[in-house]
Ligand binder design. Structure first.
Ligand code: ADP
Ligand code: MG
Length: 400
């Protein structure tokens, strides 16, 4: 269905047209009537499927420009996602009198407070900074009609959960709550009942949270060969932009120092950088001025970089759905993308779990380390071929 076929005011429709949004994506089409009707919702759809606009369009439409108060509240887990989310709402609302604004840690509080005093209709926030303002009585949520948790499963995990409970407890009156994510593990899904009232559950992810447009490559190797393999891979591939994920800040730092000896336009991002530097790198990467970004999981969720052609997992992702979120930074909106993951002996249990859940169809560059356990009768024949070949480029595509 086209946006022109639904009941949108011309000031929003014209803007969507300028943004190149003509056809609604499936999640946008399904959730629009639910959100417009004021129902609570838990919506799951793959990475890069347009969940931000699915939420932002009806949200902007719901706002009353004559009421100078926060009426829409969006909570997101990272600062960069906060900037990106508010950017999308600003574009959609550009021809309307609605004012969206973002508050997040690391930015000047006084500037944020001045803007808040001036009047904000839709507030996008990270939990920490929002709670800071709530504790100090600097923000009121008494007029919020609609509260949104983006990357909801992340926000309902231990670490964020208490913050979210506190934030939602500040909205005492009847309101609408919307949860969006690409993933929703069963244990977290139970927690959603506490924040939703008679909700609709929409899941467009029956088997996979990863788009079909991403190809998943893996290489099984000894850690000491990773560097050589990575450099070779980046040189051989037609890389437009790549994010290389590590599991710890110090690994990001070390890999950055190594990679920049061989490549230009390399930068790195993790939560240890000051916010000015983080924002600058995020913006430069979005504009395509940086080609190689070494990152921690701070860049693993929600960020939309339309030119990312490749995602590399230097470290095998820890935690259930991290693989899906990291690799979902490529292959957005049907664009082709490639994921390349290093697997060492230590990662085999996690690899097995990932493949068992059938989230992806793996292709092996070199040896498939799980082949023997799946086909024990061939064990002997393969033993002679077990030797690791770090430079093998043979792609061993396994049909699931
Ligand atoms: P998700 O939150 O599902 O991961 P995003 O909301 O970040 O996805 O959207 C992914 C990309 O798709 C963004 O670049 C966004 O501008 C674009 N997009 C969203 N909706 C549409 C649409 N209806 N038509 C074209 N592009 C769209
Ligand atoms: Mg998103």
């Amino acid at each position: 269905m086209k946006f022109s076929e639904i009941n949108l005011p011309s000031n929003i429709l014209e803007k969507l047209d300028e943004m190149g949004y003509e056809e609604m994506t499936p999640i946008q089409e399904i959730t629009y009537p639910i959100i417009s009707a004021g129902q609570d919702l838990c919506a799951i759809a793959e990475t890069g499927s347009g969940k931000t606009a699915a939420c932002a369009i009806p949200l902007v439409q719901k706002m009353d420009p004559t009421l100078n108060a926060i009426q829409g509240l969006v909570v997101v887990p990272t600062r960069e996602l906060c900037m990106q989310y508010v950017g999308e709402i600003q574009k959609i609302a550009a021809n309307t009198p609605i004012t969206p604004f973002a508050v997040y840690g690391g930015f000047d509080k006084e500037i944020e407070l001045a803007k808040l005093r001036h009047g904000v209709h839709i507030l996008v926030a990270t939990p920490g900074r929002l709670i800071d303002f709530l504790y100090n009585g600097q923000i009121s949520l008494s007029q919020v009609k609609c509260a949104i948790l983006d990357e909801a499963d992340e926000l309902l995990k231990v670490g964020f959960l208490e913050d979210i409970e506190f934030i939602l407890s500040c909205i005492l009156h009847k309101h609408q709550t919307l949860l969006f994510s690409a993933t929703m593990p069963e244990d977290i899904k139970k927690l959603t009942h506490d924040c939703l009232r008679d909700p609709q559950h929409i899941s467009l992810v029956t088997k996979r949270a990863a788009p079909e447009s991403i190809e998943h490559y893996f290489s099984y190797l000894h850690p000491k060969y990773k560097q050589t393999e990575l450099i070779k891979y980046l040189e051989e591939e037609n890389v437009e932009q790549v994010i290389i994920f590590c599991n710890a800040r110090h690994k990001v730092d070390t890999l950055f120092r190594t990679i920049r000896q061989d490549f230009k336009d390399v930068e790195y991002i993790h939560a240890g950088l000051n916010q000015g530097k983080r924002t600058s790198i995020f913006m430069q990467f979005r504009k395509g001025k940086i080609h190689y970004l070494i990152a921690s999981d701070v860049a693993g969720r929600g960020l939309d970089f339309s030119h990312v052609s490749h995602v590399v997992n230097w470290d095998f992702p820890e935690g259930r759905d991290r693989y899906t979120h990291r690799t979902g930074r490529a292959g957005r909106m049907g664009k082709k993308g490639k994921a390349f993951t290093f697997v060492t002996k230590h990662d085999l249990p996690n690899l097995r779990e990932l493949i068992d859940r059938k989230q992806i169809t793996p292709s092996w560059i070199g040896k498939d380390p799980l082949l023997e356990s799946r086909e024990p009768q061939k064990k002997k024949a393969q033993k002679s071929r077990r030797r690791f070949r770090p430079h093998s480029n043979k792609v061993n595509k396994k049909a699931e």
